[in-house]
Ligand binder design. Structure first.
Ligand SMILES: NC(=O)C1=CN([C@@H]2O[C@H](COP(=O)(O)OP(=O)(O)OC[C@H]3O[C@@H](n4cnc5c(N)ncnc54)[C@H](OP(=O)(O)O)[C@@H]3O)[C@@H](O)[C@H]2O)C=CC1
Ligand SMILES: O=C(O)C1=N[C@H](C(=O)O)C[C@H](O)C1
Length: 260
């Protein structure tokens, strides 16, 4: 019999932590070591972060960009466990710290564990490759609940990266994060982001390819966090025992790196 994968969840008291822990507990492929709260936090089912790092095969992180980058460094210093990072809202240096940690341990990071979103990423790259920048404007719209702390969402940024990749440019060189006031005409080639926060919206993403006389819209709607959680469980199963490196959901789902 294969022994279960020992897992811990960082951000255990959050919306995603509370969604994922019961699913892990009900799945015989996993043995839950405990949840990790903020440093010093105590509660039923919570385990100290250092103890979790020592005991777990895989830690799933649904905290913040900053906390996930710190955890990645600690896991790498200890030589393990593997990390599945679902947190979003990263500063560039935090992405670099995660990349450095992935030289020592396997790390899978995705701003969205939904199968549909990861398929959408490929479709957006394909459309951006096919439609010329002169004549086709790309705008990314996202809507989330009023408790979300980062914007644009990690998913919106993934979709922006895919669109930029399809056009053969870096996102940083063409992105436009919001508009206000007398903005002037829209420069061709820009990739715009628009953000809405309201009520309990789980997650809505649309990518518009707009020409003068027609618009193509590619979109995804999330109805329930359980779907993100199940994707994260698939990622945790996939990464257990892997070689050090940076991975994404495309690896779990067997999608080609070039998103053809
Ligand atoms: N990849 C994906 O598919 C998905 C990703 N997400 C992302 O996951 C993250 C969490 O989302 P959600 O659960 O809704 O958010 P919540 O705010 O509900 O939960 C975040 C949790 O992280 C904890 N936390 C915050 N800072 C730290 C820290 N420095 N150290 C340890 N723990 C910390 C919080 O602790 P406390 O309770 O004490 O405040 C809280 O329990 C977000 O970045 C979100 O964008 C969300 C859904 C799907
Ligand atoms: O904070 C959320 O809720 C979500 N965050 C992720 C993101 O930033 O894209 C994924 C999903 O959209 C829900």
């Amino acid at each position: 019999m294969i022994s279960p994968i020992k897992v811990a969840v960082a951000g255990a008291n959050g919306r995603m932590g509370r969604t994922i822990l019961p699913l892990l507990a009900a799945d015989p492929a996993f043995a839950v070591i405990g949840g990790i709260g903020r440093p010093g936090s105590v509660g039923e089912g919570l385990i100290d972060r250092a103890a979790a790092i020592a005991a777990a095969d895989v830690i799933l992180d649904f905290t913040t960009g900053n906390a996930a980058a710190e955890l990645a460094g600690l896991c790498a210093s200890a030589g393990g466990p593997a990390l599945v990072i679902g947190a979003t809202g990263f500063e560039p240096d935090e992405i670099q710290r995660i990349a450095a940690a992935a030289r020592t341990i396997p790390i899978l990071r995705s701003g969205n564990f939904a199968i549909g979103v990861n398929i959408l990423v490929g479709l957006v790259a394909q459309a951006a490759r096919a439609l010329p920048a002169h004549g086709w404007d790309i705008e990314i719209l996202e809507a989330h609940h009023n408790r979300k702390i980062d914007a644009p969402s990690g998913t919106a940024l993934m979709l922006g990266e895919a669109a930029a990749e399809g056009r053969g440019v870096s996102l940083a060189s063409v992105e436009r994060r919001g508009r206000d006031g007398v903005t002037g005409e829209r420069p061709p080639g820009e990739i715009g982001f628009a953000v809405l926060r309201a009520g309990g919206i789980v997650g809505e993403h649309s990518v518009l390819f707009a020409a003068a006389e027609e618009v193509v819209t590619l979109s995804h709607s999330a109805f329930d966090r359980g779907m993100f959680a199940r994707g994260a469980l698939a990622a945790a199963r996939w990464i257990a025992g892997r070689a050090p490196g940076e991975y994404g959901m495309r690896d779990v789902l067997g999608l080609t790196a070039g998103r053809e």
